[in-house]
Design a protein around this ligand. Structure first.
Ligand SMILES: NC(=O)c1ccc[n+]([C@@H]2O[C@H](COP(=O)([O-])OP(=O)(O)OC[C@H]3O[C@@H](n4cnc5c(N)ncnc54)[C@H](O)[C@@H]3O)[C@@H](O)[C@H]2O)c1
Length: 448
């Protein structure tokens, strides 16, 4: 099969390469010069295990980055994988999604689209977007009735850090506006994975994707809510959850932590945005808001501990307030990723900078350039160096390398009374030392 992919970001590039690795010929378009220049050097613009090897194997052979889709290739399908981020607009407390990129992606296939090729929406969208936005647009583009074109929604459900494995192992949800469309989608995804689930309608496929991520968001919210509630009783919230789950299969309470990243920060909003008259939207919204509230809780805790006065006074005189190190800038540590989009760490670091603190940044995976581009503070490659002048280290993701961090080797050289906020209890070794002033999301609100 020949397919065209519009947008070679996380989703488009991993899907395109996985398809090429399974016998599909792939042409991809991308508007970012940075991404295209990375691909000319046979590498991805982000970290994803196994991806660069496959790019080297397929780029220029059965995976082609093109400025426009060639007119002499018979395409079976075009897959739209552009972003659907949130806008700055908030209506009734609900952040609004931006589907402009989808419209621009559709316009870009105009020269080669004839109505025979299937158009697959892979991006996450509100229920109804495929039928109400995409189909009328395409029908007008090729001058055919909507029943006479082939359109489907086949959502992406991989997680960053495991995408290459999951693309060929997770069941693929497929849908189409008619039998021909379903057949094309089925043939295409069967070539990549043996597991294909036919959704009953395009709308069901759109909803399934939103359910998968909103469900995750809400289960994490329960873990976070229980964790904070425990501390009101003077009980460590992480311990309470671990003990509630231990050997008791009926409890599977989520480990507390930030619920972030480019998908989880927005997908519940996309769902809620779609259901203004549905009572259950308040329940879903409350979970999302609770997860977001952890970020401000951490900022307030830092201010209560270090005092906002010093930082604020210093910021007026040139921004050299108390030094804080924020480590774990990528939105998650496991599976590891370099992605800073939607990261709670970025939000927290920025808020602390705005409060007048001097913020040093560190991450084991994220690129130095991308962290510098945030404009928050100085970026360090070594955690030791980042902490040297700090009063406080905030460890905000659960990267495995934190478990090797030894207090004596790393922090004892730091100045003055030094404390650690280890959100995820990632620094396992540190809990064996009596000298360490350390707390986690499980006990940071217990008065000592
Ligand atoms: N990141 C993930 O792991 C993940 C997982 C599941 C679903 N999704 C969903 O998939 C969609 C894409 O996410 P992403 O993380 O890959 O976003 P992304 O921003 O990394 O990738 C989108 C790419 O499309 C490009 N683009 C935009 N308009 C274009 C056009 N007209 N022509 C060519 N290229 C264009 C952008 O430059 C960008 O590189 C979103 O809806 C997201 O919610 C993402």
């Amino acid at each position: 099969m020949n397919i065209g992919i519009i947008g070679l970001g996380y989703v488009g590039l991993t899907l395109g390469i996985a398809a090429a690795d399974n016998g599909v010929t792939v042409y991809g378009t991308e508007i970012s010069d940075h991404i295209k220049s990375c691909l000319r050097e046979n590498k991805a613009h982000f970290y994803e295990p196994g991806l660069n090897n496959l790019i080297r194997r397929h780029n220029g052979r059965d995976f082609f980055v093109v400025e426009e889709f060639p007119g002499d290739v018979e395409f079976d399908a075009f897959i739209i994988t552009v972003g659907t981020p949130l806008t700055d607009e908030v209506v009734n407390n609900v952040k609004q999604p931006n589907f402009d990129y989808i419209r621009s992606a559709l316009k870009s296939i105009k020269p080669v689209y004839n109505g025979d090729q299937m158009i697959i929406l892979r991006s996450t969208v509100s229920v109804g977007t495929t039928r109400n936005v995409v189909m009328p647009f395409l029908s007008e583009l090729c001058g055919r009735q909507q029943d006479d074109i082939r359109v489907g929604m086949c959502p992406e459900r991989t997680i960053e850090g495991k995408a290459i494995y999951e693309l060929t192992h997770l069941p693929q949800i497929i849908s189409g506006n008619n039998d021909t469309a379903v057949d094309i989608a089925q043939r295409l995804f069967r070539q990549i994975t043996p597991f294909v689930i036919k959704a009953g309608s395009i709308e069901e496929a759109e909803l399934v994707k939103l359910y998968c991520n909103t469900y995750r968001d809400m289960t994490f919210a329960i873990g976070n809510a229980f964790c904070m509630a425990a501390q009101k009783f003077g009980v460590n919230g992480i311990d309470a959850i671990l003990h509630a789950n231990e050997g008791y299969g009926r409890s599977n309470i989520a480990y507390p932590g930030f619920v972030a990243g480019p998908c989880l920060e927005k997908d519940a909003y996309i769902l809620i945005n779609n259901m203004p008259d549905c009572d259950s939207k308040d329940f879903i919204l409350a979970a999302r808001k609770y997860n977001e509230s952890l970020e401000d809780m951490v900022v307030e805790w830092v201010e209560s501990r270090l005092g906002d006065g010093k930082g604020k006074r210093s910021s007026k005189s040139g921004g050299t307030g108390e030094v804080i190190t924020v480590s774990g800038m990528a939105f998650k540590g496991q599976p590891e990723t370099s992605d800073l989009r939607g990261s709670s760490s970025v939000y927290i670091a920025r808020k602390l900078k705005d409060a007048g603190f001097t913020v040093n940044l560190h991450d084991f995976v994220a690129s130095r350039e991308e962290m510098e581009d945030l404009g928050i503070g100085e970026v360090y490659s070594e955690l030791t160096d980042a902490c040297r002048n700090s009063r406080l280290l905030l460890i905000l993701n659960n990267h495995k390398k934190y478990s090797d961090v030894l207090y004596d080797k790393v922090f004892s050289r730091s100045e003055r009374g030094f404390a650690i906020f280890d959100a995820w209890r990632a620094c396992a070794e540190l809990y064996y030392s009596d000298d360490v002033d350390i707390c986690t999301l499980g006990d940071f609100n217990i008065s000592k």
